[in-house]
Design a protein around this ligand. Sequence first.
Ligand code: NDP
Ligand code: MG
Length: 389
Amino acid sequence: MRTVSILGATGSIGQSTLDLIRRTPDAYRVVALTGGQNIAQLAGDAIAVGAEIAVTADPARLDDLRAALAGSGVEAAAGPEAIIAAAARPADWTMSAIVGAAGLPPGLEALKQGNTLALANKESLVTAGPLLLGQAAKYGATVLPVDSEHSAIFQALVGEEADTVERVIITASGGAFRDRPLDDLAHVTVAEASSHPNWDMGQRITIDSASMFNKAMELIETHEFFGIAPDRIEAIIHPESLVHALVGFTDGALMAHVGPPDMRHAIGYALHWPHRGSVPVERLDLARIGQLNFRAACPDRYPALALARRVMEQGGLAGAAFTAAKEAALDGFIAGEIGFLDMARVVEAVLDDTLSRQGLQNDTITLDSVQHTDALARRSARTWIEQKR
Ligand code: NDP
Ligand code: MG
């Protein structure tokens, strides 16, 4: 029986992970589940799977969590430190599926066990790739990609030699507005940006898909995780979201990973790795699908992609500044303070501002330096947003 913990259990990825685990309850024992505001879901799931502990990120919700768990035997805890402590509890396999920069500290903690971290929290790699992978190497832990594109690349690389990889192509659906006239984009609403044509995901990543900030992060994630040079990584629009990524080799072959747009595939791959397990996703009927389309991603429509290239080339703490600025800009858009196209303007301004500070580019990446850069970038983003209002 394997022991598993799920950080961000109440979210979209967390729920899909629980769905897989609950199908074979005899195979797993659940150690920790963590969540945020969704106390009813967190407590209900923790009781249903017999978790050791349930933790909410919000200390103000501890009493609610305790009440919801009363008499169940599941321990309750709250706050960011309690999430880190939960990540330190021995587990063979930990899912890192908290959204945003908050996912980094518990992920780093889980790696100290030297076991397996299934990484959905892409912000960890974008803000602090060398720190996260360095921690894994130091403690002999394995990091497995869960983002669908990166799971696809990982699978395409099995049995291949690193020096035969010529390029990597990740696909993007183009999000909610791929066919909207460019002139309309300044005025699109939060509700419109929150619906995705193909994937059913959390609100923040869905809006990031419409703006392509999600794909921008995934370019950086590819660079960090697989160590591939920025000029060998491309993003291409693929409206059907069935080909998730392609790896091009020195002999001209392209290995494409094709699968339904269901995150349970990538989660299941990480859960069963190094074997292929049985995963209950739809089996594609290619004759019915008929055709797969690809087209170039227009740089005017998706300025986030050029910002990602800048971050990859700059290295150092640029990823931390980028992620924090993107999060602050997204908060501003969701709150109705700025328009959809302003998000990229905020991030660009923050990169200009933060990265011009002496030393920041060459600083070593530690949790402290990442958090310092994060705070600077958020402040800089807020200043931009306040001026705009
Ligand atoms: P959701 O918003 O659906 O869920 C996020 C989870 O994190 C919830 O459990 C939430 O709790 C919790 N949470 C929110 N804020 C905090 C905080 N400050 N501290 C601790 N926990 C917090 O996100 P997704 O499941 O969509 O995404 C999770 C991660 O996986 C992200 O990094 C995303 O980029 C990545 N990812 C997601 C994909 C998808 O298909 N959804 C695909 C590929 C990657 P609560 O809801 O209870 O408040
Ligand atoms: Mg993805």
